[in-house]
Every structure is written in C-alpha cells, then in structure tokens.
Design a protein around this ligand. Sequence first.
Ligand code: FES
Length: 208
Amino acid sequence: MAEDTPDTRWFFLCAADDLANPNAFVTTRVGAIPLVAQNIKGEVVAFRNVCTHRFAVIHDAASGCGPLRCPYHGWSFDAAGVPVGLPFNPTDFQLDAEGRRRLALNPASLAMCGRLVFIRVAVEGPGLEAQMGADVFARLAALSNRFTRRGELIDLDPAGERIETANLRAVVAAAALRLEALPPPGAADRFARAWTFHPAHADAETPA
Ligand code: FES
C-alpha cells in the first residue's frame, strides 16, 4: 500500500471552468513543491511549477491566463512539458529535440470529481475516489454538477450540510454551494480560495 504522505494526497485546486480557456492556469504548493495546472491548446495538464533550466518558478500568480513560459530565459513548454520555444537556442542553449525532451517538466497528477479539479504531487498513488471515499466522492460530484453558476461570494449557514475532505470545505444550502480550498500543508495563505456557486437554473432540484 502506498505510504500516506502529502505527496500522495489529492488537494482541491479549482473548478473545471477555471481551466477551461486556453492558457488558463491555477497554481498551488504542497510543502516546498510548487504545482501548476494549465490549459495548453485545450488540454489541461499538471506539472511541478518549476522550470527545468535553472529551477525558477514559472507562474508566480495563484491563477491567471498566460502561456506556460518561464519568466527568466523565456522557455515555453508544450502539453507534454517539453520546452518548445527557446529564445536564442542556437547561440545560448544549443538543445536539439532529444536535449529538450530530457528537460521536460516534472509531471504532477490531476483528477476530477464532477466539475471539481484536484491535484497531487505524485504521479502514482491511490485514486481520488479511493482516497475520498465513494460516498463523499459521489455527493461532491453531484453537487458540483448542479451548482454550476458562479456568483458573488456569500457565507452560508454553517449548520447546513457540510462536507470536509482533503483541503476542501463545502457548505450546501438550497440555493447555493460554497467551496473553500484551504492551503495544502506548507502552502502560504495566498493559495486559499473560496467560491459560491448557484444552480444553473433557479428551479433545479438539490440532488439527493
Ligand atoms: S530558468 Fe527558466 S528558462 Fe532559464
């Protein structure tokens, strides 16, 4: 059985629509390891948010829209993590295709629960549903598929249905779902986030 460490745990990152647009990205950190999920030409992928050239953090912002490009020497990376745009490569780096493949970013893992995106440092390990428990997984998936319309952040009655799993707190009311992502272990408070979602249609039923 895989050892339970922060590296093998799933952490809630964002809603799927946060990564729906080309170049959208969301970052977090697990301990000392920065992570990024990024839409690259329609494909959502996850890596350690660390350039393989001189180990700079690639995206410093908690979220945004911009290519997966290192701010230092401008290397940009494709959906496999391979550096494909290297300014001044002929004179400064002289990397051929094999050399660039060797400098691919370190992959991380992504998993979905309904419309919720979770991220993990380790490439191998238990699945999200196994880690969360089948009942919690099914409930969160159903809620996320019902409450799809993002609204202004509001507080909900904490006495309502409440789900806590991984670094996620979900509070459910008839007309809204509030999600709070707490920073993973070792991450700064700036990686905490909160959202309120409403049903896509005002007359939709709360899933049982
Ligand atoms: S440190 Fe990232 S391109 Fe050089």
